[in-house]
Design a protein around this ligand. Structure first.
Ligand code: SF4
Length: 206
């Protein structure tokens, strides 16, 4: 006969096998498919947290202005680059802006470079994104690329020009987000890796 205390069943030795079997069943991977991430899972930041600006190192608190990032190896040069770095008559120069998943809105450090950590740039998601024009005051990432930014390939809209759209569907979060929202899962086929930028900057230095 079951033994109850304060409305709860008191387990005895003979109940343990059944309880363990239930625990195993509950912790098995389910067959529902890929888990849907929430905002915390992709370091989501709302448009209001970015003051309506696209995200780049140039409006990030961790940035040592035109030098490096406080969170990464100080020898990694982090600044806008224009590719081709050496102008060639046949190609239009495109300006690329640096950004990573640890972006936090704020003023860069304009003084001597500081360092508080040495994160792996691959794990931090460091890379360079192309601005629609050279010489803009702000560029960088957001879901829809409004206000001079670059849009995310995972943001779906019916309109051909995403920059004109207020809301769109995020394939990662599986719900609508705003044009100037963003997250660390942002993706674009024009992404330039940090390794490529470092190589190109070395070429220019000679
Ligand atoms: S559309 Fe892209 S940047 Fe925006 S929340 Fe989804 S994955 Fe992140």
């Amino acid at each position: 006969m079951a033994d109850w205390k304060d409305g709860f069943l008191k387990y005895k030795g003979e109940n343990i096998r059944k309880v363990n079997a239930q625990r195993i069943a509950q912790s098995r991977p389910d067959l529902c498919g890929v888990p849907i991430l929430d905002g915390a899972g992709v370091l989501f930041s709302a448009a209001s947290e970015a003051h309506g600006e696209p995200r780049s190192c140039y409006n990030c608190n961790f940035y040592n202005y035109e030098k490096s990032c406080r969170l990464m190896e100080p020898s990694l040069i982090i600044k806008k680059v224009t590719i081709p770095l050496k102008p060639e008559a046949s190609s239009k120069p495109i300006e690329y802006w640096p950004v990573c998943g640890y972006w936090v809105y704020g003023q860069p450090n304009y003084g001597p470079a500081e360092s508080v950590a040495k994160l792996d740039p691959d794990n931090a998601g460091l890379g360079w994104v192309n601005a629609p024009e050279t010489g803009q005051e702000r560029s960088g990432t957001s879901c829809g690329g409004a206000n001079g930014g670059d849009d995310c390939d995972l943001w779906l809209t019916d309109e051909p020009d995403k920059r004109q759209v207020k809301n769109g569907f995020c394939r990662v979060l599986q719900h609508d987000t705003g044009n100037l929202d963003c997250c660390s899962a942002w993706q674009d086929d024009d992404w330039v890796t940090w390794q490529e930028v470092q190589e190109r900057l070395k070429e220019v230095k000679g």
